[in-house]
Ligand binder design. Structure first.
Ligand code: SOE
Length: 381
């Protein structure tokens, strides 16, 4: 297939800038695609930092003002990897300039901003996607196929957790590079927007819409020094959040996330229980899907551990040989592969901004519920 260059302009170059850059570089080696991504420019606030990143990852040029990047005629797609409080402004300007947009999660700081972003990309008619990468773990994509094929039957329960422990120390400052996730002004929320958003995105994809939620949140460390101001300031993010919910299909949901689960670095797990079968997945063992089928002969009925590496399993024919697994970074490669394939056909790549707005609506309802101590309806989007 002849490949058209697709010039990428990356805004922000932290952890996510690295995962995305790696994906653009590797995708063409493993997938036969209509476009070849070109690392055209990286934009960061300091020229030295952007230059060092560009040299390391092979970007051709740098910018220190994202507006200049968006104005450039030689940029086709803007990839937003900046803190959450900048997503809306950058995305809306990029859409107005006719650029394709790949935006880090969560879509926005809140539903109001999210709506403005969806309006902007839909009005401009530009290709858009949000990097909820865990959908594209092959085992998670397999879970989607099994549920969509009706193998679980009626779903009764959906359960998810995302546990971390990196903010337990009260000495950890808030704000600034690397620590903006603790600063409500930059992040919007704590674990709800950062971690539960992943769980919610997967849940909506696998199990459909959520109608109502009842949540509680806690901020365990009430004040932290702010890295930028040097002052001790109140902490306004949620350090932990748990919520119950009802899905439109009648199933009950139970979600929990915290950055205070000592011993857990990034333990994302989910389980779905249906009338005919159940499945569960664990990020620490991401290439396996656990599956229980009640139709099995009763003498050998039990949980199967499916090693998701065969060529007929989602995405796996592009990689090694059956039995050899892939990892976290490949989820981003898969998203780029899908984005380029779909975009060439004029088809959307889920989660689109509109899909991600539905996750935003649940996050907003969760935070409102925790504030008001009552059940909240999720605003349909
Ligand atoms: C937070 O520590 C974090 O990096 C999230 O921001 C990511 O979205 C998640 O995938 C891993 O944890």
């Amino acid at each position: 297939m002849s490949k058209k260059p697709l010039n990428i302009g990356l805004v922000g170059y932290g952890f996510m800038g690295r995962t995305h850059s790696n994906a653009y570089k590797r995708v063409g080696d493993f997938f036969d695609l209509p476009y070849a991504p070109v690392l055209k420019a990286v934009c960061g606030r300091t020229a030295d930092g952007a230059k060092a990143f560009a040299a390391n990852w092979g970007y051709e040029s740098i910018e220190t003002d994202w507006r200049k990047l968006i104005e450039r005629k030689d940029i086709d797609a803007i990839d937003i990897c900046t803190p959450n409080n900048t997503h809306a402004e950058i995305a809306i300007a990029a859409a107005a300039a006719g650029k394709m947009i790949l935006c880090e999660k969560p879509l926005a700081m809140n539903l109001v901003e999210g709506h403005a972003m969806v309006d902007a990309v839909e009005k401009a008619g530009v290709a858009n996607t949000v990097w909820y990468n865990y959908r594209r773990v092959p085992a998670v994509s397999l879970a989607k196929e099994l549920i969509a094929a009706g193998r679980l039957g009626k779903v009764f329960h959906y359960r998810a957790q995302f546990l971390q422990d990196w903010t337990i120390s009260a000495d950890l400052p808030q704000g600034g590079t690397g620590l903006w996730r603790l600063d409500a002004a930059a992040a919007g929320s704590g674990v709800t927007g950062d971690l539960l958003a992943h769980c919610i995105d997967t849940a909506l994809w696998l199990n459909g819409d959520i109608e109502t939620v009842s949540a509680m949140t806690e901020t365990f460390v009430k004040e932290r020094k702010h890295s930028l101001t040097g002052k001790v300031e109140p902490v306004k993010i949620d350090d932990a959040c748990a919520f119950l919910c009802r899905f439109e299909n009648g199933s009950l949901g139970l979600f929990e996330s915290t950055r205070y689960a000592r011993g857990h670095k990034a333990l994302y797990t989910f389980e779905v229980n249906g009338e005919k079968a159940s499945l569960k997945w664990d990020l620490h063992d991401l290439h396996r899907l656990q599956y229980f089928d009640y139709a099995d002969d009763s003498l050998i009925r039990g949980w199967k551990s499916i090693h998701v590496t065969d060529g007929d399993m989602p995405y796996m024919k592009h990689w090694w040989v059956p039995g050899l697994q892939i990892g976290y970074e490949h989820t981003f490669v898969h998203q780029v592969a899908d984005f380029l394939t779909n975009t060439a056909k004029g088809a959307p790549t889920s989660p689109t901004f509109r899909d991600a707005l539905a996750t935003q609506a649940v996050c907003d309802a969760v935070l409102d519920s925790a504030d008001h101590h009552k059940w909240e309806a999720v605003v349909p989007v």
